[in-house]
Design a protein around this ligand. Structure first.
Ligand code: FAD
Ligand code: NAI
Length: 461
């Protein structure tokens, strides 16, 4: 049948669109079904891109307000929130249209509508049956909610509402001190909101290096963000003009209440597979709703899954890797993802980044390691830029010197973590990085110095 596709992808986010483009490049006949008007999924429309656009604008706004004068620049700064939102929307528009262009260039059919799996070879899109040899589920994730705290996207908001507030709230309460809470909390704090983060655990950013967590919280606190770690919000009551927030210690204890204008719910995300027909075709999910996969294959032959709807970090670049690997596997090539090499970056100021194993994980696994640490205070470029908060820590095997992980907090570390990614992909030792010439004065010299530190020959600049 000539009108049968080699693969139909359901979902046009980073997992889906990368899968589609790669499949097109490999000469497969491919279609991508997306229910949103625009391609790019959560990441381009209501995630990575709009949040980073606002983080960038507000970082400049705060720098202009607080740091310029100290560098001899006297400026009068005024916020124009509608214009800031317009600039964000323009970036999103350009990037989503870019995916349309790439689809055309790589002969990917973009089918607008809601996809439902009828059987392993048929996808129903709003009543129209599409035939295919393979189906790739790339339907992503949605915000996790708290019982009794209903998101209205105006006063009680998810990240989507937090990307589109019409005015700066006086008081914002953030439930969850994870990536979204800290990034979007930073955006609104910089614009003038009093931001209070309530975090269930006794530390922010679960999964990150303990020293990064601690330093990050200290710096964000110094910037004005308030924290109640070891606490949970149990109720949010909507009063006429305010919200009444009740929290209590996570381990139980006396409840306290306080006012807020806006509450941001950012307690994690869960896989989105609603209405997809998984039960009809018998695709297995785990108890949290993630689709069970083995090398991206579900238990139903011909049906694959990638990105946020399967296990692993819920990150755009991980979804991209998954998507490309599946396209290659379907084309008969050896598609592969190394999940140990998926970096994580938190785009606060300073940024935080991690890769590979943490010290805690190495200790638990009984792997002997040594560590090298370099503080930005001793880096000349950071000094010149007045951005000296933070450090870079590199962990290497105690005997072989192979790099096992890197944990960073400081200026531009979201870029610098890539050097470690490449090094680890080639199974480099700390000494390999230490012996590579790095330009002076650059922030990247801190990576080299941390690598030197692993074997005890750091030089302070
Ligand atoms: P998604 O991007 O969620 O795409 C799935 C798509 O499938 C959606 O467009 C949806 O409309 C569509 N869909 C679902 N069901 C159907 C159906 N039945 N038929 C048709 N279409 C369907 N990650 C990073 O790496 N870096 C960041 O800086 C970052 N920032 C973020 C900021 C925020 C505020 C949020 C919420 C997330 C952020 N993420 C970030 C996470 C990132 O957005 C996700 O990991 C990524 O988008 C997952 O890609 P995906 O393709 O699996 O799913
Ligand atoms: P998260 O998993 O990063 O953080 C959620 C936080 O909420 C955790 O610290 C958790 O302990 C806490 N929590 C859970 N229940 C709670 C409760 N009842 N009360 C108080 N705290 C509670 O999830 P988040 O921030 O919602 O982000 C979702 C996903 O989006 C993440 O998995 C992340 O990977 C992705 N993302 C990535 C970004 C990046 O890469 N820069 C930016 C934004 C999102």
């Amino acid at each position: 049948m000539s009108d049968t596709y080699d693969l139909v992808i359901i979902g046009g986010g980073p997992g889906g669109y990368n899968c589609a483009i790669r499949a097109g490049q490999l000469g497969l006949k491919v279609a991508c079904v997306e229910t949103r008007k625009t391609l790019g999924g959560t990441c381009l429309n209501v995630g990575c891109i709009p949040s980073k656009a606002l983080l960038h604008s507000t970082e400049l706004y705060e720098a202009a307000n607080k740091d310029f004068a100290g560098m001899g620049i006297d400026a009068t700064v005024k916020l124009n929130l509608p214009k800031m939102m317009e600039s964000k929307a323009k970036t999103v528009d350009q990037l989503t249209k870019g995916i349309e262009f790439l689809f055309k260039k790589n002969k990917v059919d973009h089918i607008e509508g809601f996809g439902k799996i009828v059987d392993a070879n048929t996808v129903d899109v709003d009543g129209k049956k599409i035939k295919t040899k393979n189906i790739v589920i790339a339907t992503g994730s949605e915000v996790a909610t708290l019982p009794g705290i209903e998101i209205d996207e105006e006063r009680i908001i998810s990240s989507t509402g937090a990307l589109d507030l019409k005015k700066v709230p006086e008081k914002m309460v953030v439930i969850g001190g994870g990536v979204i809470g800290l990034e979007l909390g930073s955006v609104w704090r910089r614009l003038g909101a009093e931001v209070t983060v309530v975090e269930f655990l006794d530390h922010i950013l679960p999964g990150m290096d303990a020293e990064v967590q601690k330093t990050g919280q200290r710096i964000l606190k110094k910037q004005g963000m308030k924290f109640h770690t070891g606490h949970k919000v149990t109720a949010v009551e909507k009063l006429k003009s305010k919200l009444k927030v009740t929290m209590e210690p996570s381990k139980g204890g006396e409840a306290t209440t306080f006012d807020a204008d806006v509450v941001l719910v950012s307690i994690g995300r869960r896989p989105f597979t609603e209405g997809l027909g998984l039960e009809t075709v018998g695709v297995a999910t785990d108890k949290r709703g993630f689709i069970e996969t083995n090398h991206f294959k579900t238990n139903v032959p011909g049906i694959w899954a990638v990105g946020d709807c399967i296990k692993g970090p819920m990150l755009a670049h991980k979804a991209e890797e998954d998507g490309c690997a599946v396209a290659e596997l379907i084309a008969g090539q050896p598609g592969h993802v190394d999940y140990n090499l998926v970096p994580g970056v938190v785009y606060t100021k300073p940024e935080m980044a991690n890769l590979g194993q943490t010290e805690q994980e190495l200790k638990e696994a009984g792997i002997p390691y040594k560590s090298g640490k370099f503080i930005f205070m001793a880096n000349s470029r950071a000094k010149a830029n007045h951005e000296t908060d933070g450090f870079i820590k590199i962990l290497a095997h105690a005997e072989t010197d192979e790099i096992l992980g890197a944990h960073m907090i400081g200026p531009m570390v979201g870029e610098m973590i890539q050097e470690i990614c490449v090094a680890m992909a080639f199974r480099a030792s700390a000494e390999d990085i230490a012996r590579v010439c790095h330009a002076h004065p650059t922030l990247s010299e801190a990576v080299r110095q941390a690598a030197m530190g692993v074997n005890g020959w750091t030089m302070q600049s």
